[in-house]
Structures are given as C-alpha cells and as structure tokens.
Design a protein around this ligand. Structure first.
Ligand SMILES: O=C1O[C@H](COP(=O)(O)O)[C@@H](O)[C@H](O)[C@H]1O
Length: 232
C-alpha cells in the first residue's frame, strides 16, 4: 500500500496536527458506530501527542484505548507503556476513556499474552486508529530485528492477537500485537520525529530484508495507507 508524508515545523505542531487527525477519526467512528478504538505506541516520541490528544473534545466515554506493544512489567515500572499512557493520555477529557492493558500479572509472559489476546478481542477489528512508532534499529511495535518470534509476528497469515517477543536491545520480554492486528486500521499512522528517524525511514524504504528492518513489513504490506507524521 502507499504511504503519505505529513511534515510539520516542529514537535509541538506535529503533536497538535496528529491529535487533530486522530481525534477527527475517533469522532467519525463514534458518529458511525457509537464506539471507537485506538492502539498507541510507547517510547519517547508520543508524550506531547498524548497530552494534546487528551485535551480534544470528543465523547471519550465511547473510546477504548489499548497499546500496540508493552514490556512485561507492571504499570508502576518506569519503562511501562501503560504508565506512560496513564500519565499523559488518560488525563483531562480523555480520563473518561476505557483502557485495556496488555500487561497482566500472569506467571509467564506467554500466559499474559494469551490473557491479553482474549481481553482485546472484545474491542473488535479493525482498530479505528493505530499509531506506530519506530526505533532507530527499524523496529515498530515490538517487531525487533532478530526477535525470537519476528517471522511469526510480521507474517500476514498469523492471526490477530498478542504474542511475546524477546530480542537483544528490547530490554524486557515484550507483548506485541501481531502485524495482522494493526495493518488494516481505519487510520494507520507512523509517528516519528527528528532527522535521525527520517534517515532510518529512508533506509527502510530502500530494498532489503524485512527481518533486518521490520518497519518494512508495514511499509510494504499494510492494506491501509500508511500516514507518516514527521517533524525535524
Ligand atoms: O520500544 C519501543 O520503542 C518504539 C520507538 O520508541 P521511541 O523512544 O524511539 O519513540 C515504540 O514505538 C514502541 O512502542 C516501544 O515499545
């Protein structure tokens, strides 16, 4: 599928512009179906966007928020994506949204992924909005180069759901939605900032193996057009 590039002057304009696009899509879904869903990423990039989105005037009581991926750590852990979303997105107007975590205190990450797959199935598919990030190693979601279950995660034939992933550079064991869960979102966004990430994207757009830069799976095989939001 095709990709479109949306360029903003700076990080603040990027956060506000993306919040406008995302809130408009959520409002349209609420208008059409009485409900809306969004899966967001963690990391350092989305904080300002989360804060901007949290102030948008939509009927948040009808919105379900979940995560594209998560570390197998409780929300109190400083590296938890749940913790990041709770502190920055589930605030202000968006406090009224329903949040479905991927982490749960199961004995193993595999058990946690199975429980998360069951709970998020209630959201329905496809997601109205998915906001992906990208690491400087070309990972997106928790599709890490040399990840233990990378081939399964990015295979379009792997069913929707949450699986585990371990990889050098990932830190903790990860819980991640599979490619098939994310690629057909009503609004599919890649949110990146800085010249370094632009260079990584340019490398990913060149020929090469998807397992070396897993963002290539989204660039090449997503059925929804990928909307790339970027600022220097
Ligand atoms: O590990 C992760 O990193 C990516 C990108 O993070 P950033 O700090 O470079 O913005 C993120 O998309 C993913 O959700 C997260 O788990």
């Amino acid at each position: 599928m095709s990709a479109s590039l949306h360029i903003f002057e700076n990080g603040t304009a990027l956060a506000e512009g993306l919040a406008d696009a995302v809130s408009a899509k959520l409002a349209a879904a609420i208008e059409a179906r009485g409900a809306a869903s969004i899966a967001v990423s963690g990391g350092t990039t989305p904080k300002a966007f989360f804060q901007a989105l949290s102030r948008r005037e939509i009927d948040w009581t009808k919105v379900t928020v979940t995560l594209v991926d998560e570390r197998f750590v409780p929300p109190e852990n400083e590296r938890s994506n749940h913790g990041l979303v709770a502190a920055n997105l589930l605030q202000n107007k968006a406090k009224a949204a329903r949040f479905l975590p991927l982490y749960n205190a199961a004995a193993t990450a595999e058990d946690a992924a199975a429980t998360a797959s069951r709970s998020v199935a209630a959201i329905g598919a496809p997601f109205d909005v998915v906001v992906l990030g990208m690491g400087t190693d070309g990972h997106t979601a928790s599709f890490f180069p040399r990840g233990t279950r990378l081939k399964e995660a990015i295979d379009p034939a792997t069913p929707r759901g949450v699986i585990t992933m371990d990889a050098d550079g990932a830190g903790e064991t990860r819980l991640t939605f599979t490619f098939s869960s994310l690629e057909d979102a009503g609004l599919l966004v890649l949110h990146i900032e800085g010249e370094g990430k632009k260079e990584v994207l340019a490398r990913a757009e060149a020929p090469g193996d998807e397992t070396e830069m897993p963002i290539r799976a989204m660039l090449r095989h997503a059925t929804s057009p990928l909307q790339i939001y970027w600022a220097p």
